[in-house]
Design a protein around this ligand. Structure first.
Ligand code: PBG
Ligand code: ZN
Length: 321
């Protein structure tokens, strides 16, 4: 109690402040998202995400060298295929854009951890995350295609599989398919708690994956729910997920904390495109200090309980750390 207790005592000296700091951000916490497009020598900036580019594989490989040299251990790949169709068949083609990208990256930077996003929305002509019957996204039919996609990523050399579709039972199906093909040691990082969020807007420009009708509310979670988030996390853990992800991050810090407290699993959080775009836009207007806000947002995500952060700021953050 005051005056014996004075909380300011430990705040005067900058070194003492460092000594009692509770949360640390490390380069090894960061995962950098990358968008791969067909072609050669392509590096096209995403309009709503300054500093983020769609890249052809040749450029992507150079980018990965730089990322690894910066001390970032992992990337997550999103592919824009040559051809989209009703069932998203390029998602599991051995010569699909992601499969080619993985092989090329592994040829030149073999230690970089390559994570692949497993979903169908980038590959379907209608932009939905699964197989449609009329306007309904069929769960079980979609899950079998996702399992094929996951296996083909592993066969191409992916290190971690990250299903982002939010179908029921997909972690179990992917685990079973990977194990059957001998990939028993490939971890699954599941987008266990993924909200139907407005913050994904800029990503859909980057991945050219906006749904042509309707929305994603029949599979992604209601933004108002956090009890349900615990059930989502629990079911993915039971199905064999190794790392649990919450997405978006900044507006869902309470959810990250609840899941960390309840399950104590390795956790990732995705600072999504809209979170990045908002900080960038304010910074470009000179309204905020970009570096400070970037670090503050990332530290907050870790303080909430995330071990890993997927962020478009990974390179800029790594340069500061
Ligand atoms: C696709 C996927 C999305 C994101 C990651 N994987 C978009 C969506 O669900 O519409 C969003 C990432 C971001 O906004 O940065 N399954
Ligand atoms: Zn999707």
């Amino acid at each position: 109690m005051y005056p014996t207790t004075r909380l300011r005592r430990l705040r005067y000296n900058p070194l003492i402040r460092e000594m009692i700091k509770e949360t640390h951000l490390h380069k090894t916490d960061l995962i950098y998202p990358l968008f791969v497009v067909p072609g050669k020598n392509i590096k096209k900036e995403v309009k709503s995400m300054p500093g983020v580019f769609q890249m052809s594989i040749d450029i992507l490989v150079e980018e990965c060298k730089e990322i690894f040299q910066l001390g970032i251990p992992a990337v997550i790949l999103f592919g824009i295929p040559e051809h989209k169709d009703e069932t998203g068949s390029e998602a599991y083609s051995p010569d699909g854009i992601i499969q080619q990208a993985i092989r090329s990256i592994k040829l030149s930077i073999k230690d970089l951890v390559v994570i692949t996003d497993v979903c169908l929305c980038e590959y379907t002509s209608h932009g939905h995350c699964g197989i449609l019957k009329g306007e309904e996204i069929l769960n079980d039919e979609t899950v079998s295609v996702l399992a094929k996609e996951a296996v083909s990523h592993a066969e191409a050399g992916a290190d971690i599989i990250a299903p982002s579709d939010m179908m029921d039972g997909r972690v179990w199906a992917i685990r079973k398919a990977l194990d059957y093909k001998g990939f028993t040691n490939i971890p699954i990082m599941s987008y266990a708690v993924k909200y139907a969020s407005g913050y994904y807007g800029p990503f859909r420009d980057a991945a050219e994956s906006a749904p042509s009708f309707g929305d994603r509310k029949s599979h992604q979670m209601d933004i108002a729910n956090s009890e349900e988030a615990l059930r989502e996390a629990e079911s993915d853990i039971e199905e064999g997920a190794d790392i649990i992800m919450v997405k978006p991050a900044g507006a869902y810090l309470d959810v990250i904390r609840r899941i960390k407290d309840k399950f104590g699993m390795p956790m990732a959080a995705y600072q999504v495109s809209g979170e990045y775009a908002m900080i960038k836009a304010a910074a470009q207007n000179g309204w905020i200090d970009e570096k400070r806000i970037m670090i503050e947002s990332l530290i907050s995500i870790k303080r909430a309980g995330a071990d890993l952060i997927l962020t478009y700021y990974a390179k800029e953050a790594a340069k500061l750390l």
